[in-house]
Design a protein around this ligand. Structure first.
Ligand SMILES: [Zn+2]
Length: 132
């Protein structure tokens, strides 16, 4: 039996109408339903992707960026925004002020900030006993 002669009664997965399909794999009654179903699937995929982005952990979102806001920088370093400001004000961290409300930090500058900051244990001078 040739496939083209086959008639399978199916229910369209998009509009719910019953139709005779020529192939077992046919899911939709018409080209239009097929296209609309495709669009619907694509829209749902976008919604899922958007939701994934929104519910993404902040640190993951920051990891993908090369240019960071002050908030991003705080998240990345696990410090407060206030501490980020302090690093900028004391010249430790280079920032780029584009306007009064827009300051950005290049991720490469964060890496650079660590140059020459190797932790060295301070040797405290021995306390002399108080002699009076
Ligand atoms: Zn249909």
């Amino acid at each position: 039996m040739a496939t083209s002669k086959l008639k399978v009664l199916r229910t369209c997965e998009f509009c719910g109408k019953e139709f005779y399909a020529q192939k077992v794999s046919t899911l939709y009654c018409s080209k239009r339903c097929n296209e609309l179903a495709y669009k619907k699937r694509r829209r749902q995929k976008q919604v899922i992707e958007t939701e994934a982005r929104v519910t993404q952990k902040p640190i993951e979102a920051v990891n993908e960026k090369e240019i960071l806001s002050l908030k991003d920088t705080a998240i990345l370093l696990g410090i407060t925004k206030r501490s980020v400001y302090n690093l900028i004000y004391n010249g430790t961290l280079r920032a780029h002020k584009l306007s009064n409300r827009m300051t950005f930090i290049l991720k490469s500058d964060i890496v650079l900030m660590f140059e020459g900051k190797t932790y060295v244990k301070e040797v405290k001078p021995e306390r002399k006993p108080i002699t009076e």
